[in-house]
Ligand binder design. Structure first.
Ligand code: C2E
Ligand code: MG
Ligand code: MG
Ligand code: MG
Length: 288
C-alpha cells in the first residue's frame, strides 16, 4: 500500500512539474510578444544628493505594460527572460530606450541602467552602448551601468575583462545590491567600481538595528577608502536619509524622495527638456 501511495505522489509531482514547465513556456512566449508588441516601458527613479536632496541621477527600471494584467514589475519576468536568453534583447532595448528618453534630462543628471549578468557576457553589449550613446549624443560618463555580484561569480577573468572594456568606453560601473551577494570584499578588490549601492535590506533596519547601523557605516567608510562613491537604496524615512547623510553616503534613493515614474511625470523633480529624439517605439523597430 505504501508503494501505491508513493506512486500517487510521484504522479502528482509529475503533473506539477509539467504544469510548471508549461507555465514557463507560456511566459516566455508572452515575453517575446511583449518585445514585439512594444509593451515594455521604462520608469525613472530619481537619486538625490544626500546633502542638497537635488536629483543627480535617475535609475531606469523596466516595466511591462501587459494588455490584461496591467503594469508588471521586473520581479515577475526578469528571471524568466534570463532563463531563455531573451534578457539580452530586452536589455539592449532598455539601453537604447533609456538613453533616448534621457536626452530630456538635464545634462548633470546621470542615467543608471541595470545590466543582467547574462548581458555582461553578450558580445553585442559594448556596441549597443556605443551606438546608443552616439545616437543620444551624450557624454559617456553620464551613463552608469549597475551590475550585481552575481555577474561576477561565474567566469571571473572573462567578466573582469569585459568590465574593463566597458569602462574604457567612458561609462561608469556601479556594484548594485552591495552586501547581499557572495564574497563582496573580494569583488571590490578585483574591480575598481565607481560606486557601490548599499542594498535596501540594510537601510530599512537602520533605525532599529545596531548591526545594520554598524554594517552600513563600514560600507560607507570602505567605499571612501577605496575611492568609490556610495548610494543608499530604499530610503523611506527622513531619519534614514539623515543618518546616511551623516555617515557620508553621497547619494540617496528611495520612496522617501520618489517612486519610479514615467519620465514625463518627473517634471517636479527634474527640469525636463523638450523631446528631441524619437520615442522608444521607433527605436525598437530600428534596432530589432
Ligand atoms: P534594483 O536595481 O536594486 O532596483 C531597485 C528596486 O527597489 C526597484 O524595484 C525599486 O522600485 C525598488 N525601490 C526603490 N526605492 C525603494 C524604497 O524606498 N523601498 C522599497 N521597498 N523599494 C524601493 P523594481 O523596479 O521592482 O526592480 C527590481 C529589480 O529588477 C531591480 O533591483 C533590478 O535588479 C531589476 N531590474 C529592473 N529593471 C531592470 C532592467 O532594465 N534590466 C535588468 N537586467 N534588471 C532590471
Ligand atoms: Mg539597480
Ligand atoms: Mg539595487
Ligand atoms: Mg536591490
Amino acid at each position: 500500500q505504501a508503494k501505491h501511495l508513493g506512486k500517487a505522489k510521484w504522479c502528482m509531482f509529475d503533473d506539477e512539474l509539467e504544469q510548471r514547465a508549461q507555465a514557463r513556456l507560456d511566459i516566455q512566449e508572452e515575453l517575446q510578444r511583449a518585445i514585439d508588441r512594444n509593451e515594455l516601458r521604462i520608469h525613472f527613479q530619481p537619486i538625490v544628493d544626500a546633502t542638497t536632496h537635488k536629483t543627480v541621477a535617475c535609475e531606469t527600471l523596466l516595466r511591462w505594460q501587459h494588455p490584461e494584467r496591467g503594469l508588471v514589475y521586473p520581479g515577475e519576468f526578469i528571471e524568466h527572460a534570463e532563463e531563455n536568453g531573451l534578457i539580452t534583447r530586452m536589455g539592449e532595448w532598455v539601453i537604447r530606450a533609456a538613453l533616448a528618453e534621457a536626452t530630456r534630462l538635464p545634462e548633470h543628471v546621470r542615467i543608471c541602467v541595470n545590466i543582467s549578468p547574462l548581458q555582461v557576457h553578450s558580445a553585442s553589449l559594448a556596441s549597443t552602448i556605443v551606438n546608443a550613446i552616439a545616437a543620444s549624443n551624450m557624454d559617456p560618463s553620464r551613463l552608469e551601468l549597475e551590475i550585481t555580484e552575481t555577474a561576477l561569480m561565474s567566469n571571473t577573468e572573462f567578466t573582469l575583462r569585459r568590465l574593463h572594456q566597458l569602462r574604457s568606453l567612458g561609462v561608469r560601473i556601479a556594484l548594485d545590491d552591495f552586501g547581499t551577494g557572495f564574497s563582496s570584499l573580494n569583488h571590490l578588490r578585483s574591480f575598481p567600481f565607481d560606486r557601490i549601492k548599499i542594498d535596501r535590506t540594510f537601510v530599512s533596519d537602520i533605525e532599529t538595528r545596531a548591526d545594520s547601523q554598524a554594517i552600513t557605516k563600514s560600507m560607507v567608510s570602505l567605499a571612501r577608502s577605496l575611492g568609490m562613491q556610495c548610494t543608499a537604496e530604499g530610503v523611506e524615512t527622513s531619519l534614514q536619509a539623515e543618518y546616511l547623510s551623516k555617515l557620508g553616503c553621497e547619494e540617496l534613493q528611495g520612496y522617501f524622495f520618489s517612486h519610479a515614474h514615467p519620465l514625463e511625470q518627473l517634471g517636479h523633480l527634474v527640469q525636463l527638456q523638450k523631446a528631441s529624439v524619437a520615442p522608444p517605439l521607433q527605436i525598437l523597430e530600428a534596432g530589432a
